[in-house]
Design a protein around this ligand. Sequence first.
Ligand code: GLN
Length: 304
Amino acid sequence: RSSHPDQLLAHARAAIDHGRSAAHAGEVTSKIPALAAVDPASFGLSVTTVDGAELGVGDCAVQFSLQSLTKLFALVALLRVEPEAWAHVGWAPTELGYGSVAELERSAGRPRNPFVNAGALIVTDRLLHHTGSAVETVAELVRDLAGDPAVESDAAVSASEAGADHRNRALAHVLAEHGRLLNDVDDVLAHYYAQCAITGSALGVARAGRFLVDRRLHGRVLDSNNVRRINAVLLTAGMYGAAGDIAYRVGLPAKSGVGGGVLAVLPGVGTVCAWSPPLDREGNSVGGVAAIEQFSRTSGWSVF
Ligand code: GLN
């Protein structure tokens, strides 16, 4: 397995070339109108290791919309104040896609995991209840973990999502009908969109994911029991319905967002984040997944 920075840089360069050609098969999200303006040719890739190496290629320093990548950090923020919050969101694999109302209905309004939208709405709701501001709590955590003062919630992106939100609104109402929300539907949705609109760069996200792989950070960011659980659920549900495919092709716990970001982690070794806006039908970055697959193959990074 590669760990020398020069080797990793060579693998990252080859991975980004591979990812760039694969990205043509995807399409930038149309669900959040403000994100349609992002240049589809953008591509950034960053790698960090527990030995302290940090490297990046392409647009690795450009801020992009984290979207569902924030579900990971929101979960961390919640578990810090409510370590047993899993009872409210579950930890089962996703079956029907991240925005499925049917999946939520089947489980009597209990989301299958914290990475589908229904589960993330529960996380945001509880965070809002405990801390008074889900978006500020999550933005501060990402800023701190990424070591990047430029991390902020983009108001134009959250307003744009709020204006096109039939599905998330439906999910929130199903949750409310089952008595699972502590706050008003409108407040929860507003905080959820603002949270999804938090920005970060590939380098910042790769850094922010280090608590998942570096034992020395356990306890400082989150207790080791919850870190282990999060890595397990990232492997089985972080990439929605494609999680099994990604486990087979890449073999790393991973999380994606419709902004085109993908974070993958190898506990004990390091993190890799790719950003490329065009998506596949599951809402995962086509080029980002292809780049990480290539990187994992050449570097030997896999949990298996
Ligand atoms: N804000 C997006 C939504 O709620 C996030 C989805 C995603 O990144 N997969 O639909």
